[in-house]
Design a binder for this molecule. Structure first.
Ligand code: UDX
Length: 458
């Protein structure tokens, strides 16, 4: 089919992209929406009513709709009980609300909704898609090693509470207890966290496509293994704003969720020598204990490098009283444009909680890491960063699971001053090249997106 015809046909195809109401989920799905749109598919991005106001801007060509997840007034709470309530209520209310939306969109004469791409945290969307006789594609926002661990729990092949200390799962490196997603370790106290993550796989065998925000080389072994189980598994990442990736998609604007844009830090970075600044962020959710906060604060104050540290407003009271928030040596901000910061040549190292988006971002921008994982998938990501991709080091913890200030200072020296740091930098640049290649025209993720989009032409 001629290129133009394909585009015209696809114009009439319409994909609903249903995102889970969290920054780390909406942002990659929005990027994916842009890529679909670039292939000529019309996209309606859907979020929950409560979360709607957090969306800063979305590209004008992408329509935005909301559904109710049953928590329109306050949104879900992210504690264990909140997760339990959310699984039940979002399924009931969300299914009905999504069905209503599909009916409404279906009344349009210009196009038809041919597909629902849904966050794996909303597995019930697959049933709604089937009721409407349309394609259902599940979108996994975490990496395939982590997904595959949860999938093993879902299958009953990995039993909780865990009784072993080392785990050999298909296509994965050997994992120690500290490398497993944290909710497997806290199952006895908080079963609902794990239930919530395992619930992602409750409908997966019915999905027409299984999409994951990663790229082939990064999770090659797991990807090959899982493709035998889910033949329609496809890597479609990294879903990072295009202005930081392939020039082919060059965008001048940022879209998505931004809590607060702080240009002060970009000004502060100006003039700092190349690769001289440690960037520190623990993401959008993690809450550090007071002692850990203090150790990080003094570790940064006493280290030999500049630092830029994101301390969310809700965490600020944990900073030591005498801690200077702005000086020549360091700057503390409540939020920043992380991609711009990581892309800045003054940044030499990223002290990270290893959230999946931060992991992909540091990799795409070629910044080596010091991993201080907090919970969830972050522990597994830290293991992969340090021992598989070899782009960083995992900061050792003491018997109380605290990274002491001396340890942090030592890690900063290792990454920014020692020979090992040069090896990490070379490795991360190699991964950066592979990541960019995956999403560039002809790359593996690019081809998968084209193939997925073309399935709407049939
Ligand atoms: C959550 C979970 O904690 C994580 O384990 C899971 O993989 C995804 O969902 P979050 O804490 O939000 O993640 O971390 P991450 O996935 O790294 O996403 C944070 C996002 O916020 C990144 O895109 C990052 O660029 C952005 N960010 C962070 C900013 O733009 N500015 C900041 O100051 C800090």
């Amino acid at each position: 089919m001629e290129e133009m015809d394909k585009k015209k046909m696809a114009r009439r195809a319409h994909c609903v992209v249903l995102a889970y109401p969290l920054q780390g989920h909406i942002n990659p799905m929005l990027q994916f929406s842009k890529l679909l749109e670039h292939q000529g598919v019309r996209v309606t991005l859907v979020t929950t009513r409560f979360y709607y106001n957090n969306l800063k801007r979305i590209p004008p060509s992408i329509a935005l709709e909301t559904i109710s997840d049953g928590f329109d007034q306050g949104g879900p709470t992210h504690d264990a009980e909140g997760h339990k309530a959310y699984i039940v209520r979002s399924r009931e209310v969300g299914s009905a609300s999504l069905a209503e939306l599909l009916e409404k969109l279906g009344r349009s004469k210009d196009d038809h909704v041919g597909c629902v791409v849904y966050d794996a945290f909303f597995p019930w969307a697959q049933d709604v898609a089937k009721r409407f006789g349309i394609v259902g594609a599940v979108f996994l926002t975490q990496n395939m090693t982590v997904n595959s661990i949860y999938y093993h729990v879902h299958l009953g092949k990995l039993r909780v509470p865990l009784t072993e200390i080392e785990f050999s799962l298909p296509a994965m490196p050997k994992l120690q207890l500290q490398d497993m997603p944290s909710f497997l370790l806290t199952y006895v106290e908080h079963p609902y966290y794990l239930d919530f993550f395992v619930n992602q796989f409750s409908n997966i065998d019915k999905a027409d496509w299984v999409l994951c925000n990663t790229f082939y080389e990064l999770d090659k072994e797991v990807a090959d293994w899982i493709t035998k189980i889910w033949p329609k598994f496809r890597n479609i990442g990294p879903n990072i704003p295009s202005m930081f990736l392939d020039k082919h998609y060059k965008d001048d604007q940022d879209y998505g969720v931004e809590q607060f844009e702080d240009e002060e830090c970009l000004e502060w970075l100006e003039g700092k020598p190349k690769e001289s600044v440690v960037y520190v962020s623990f993401g959008s959710l993690a809450e550090l204990g007071g002692e850990q906060m203090e150790e990080v604060a003094y570790g940064l104050k006493e280290c030999s490098r500049y630092f830029l540290w994101v301390v969310r407003a809700s965490e600020e009271t944990k900073l030591p009283k005498d801690f200077e928030k702005k000086s020549e040596k360091g700057l503390v901000v409540t939020w920043c444009s992380q991609l711009r910061v990581l892309a800045h040549e003054a940044i030499g190292c990223f002290v990270t909680h290893c959230g999946w988006n931060s992991t992909l971002e540091t990799l795409c921008l070629g910044v080596p890491t010091i991993a201080i994982p907090h919970w969830s998938d972050q522990t597994t990501n830290a293991k992969l960063m340090a021992d598989v991709w070899k782009i960083g080091i995992r900061a050792p913890v003491d018997e109380n699971k605290i990274v002491q200030r001396e340890t942090l200072k030592h890690c900063i020296r290792e990454v920014m001053e020692n020979e090992e740091g040069k090896v990490l930098k070379n490795n991360v640049i190699r991964w950066k090249t592979l990541a960019l290649r995956a999403v560039a025209e002809g790359g593996n993720s690019y081809k998968n997106i084209v193939q997925f989009a073309e399935s709407f032409l049939q």
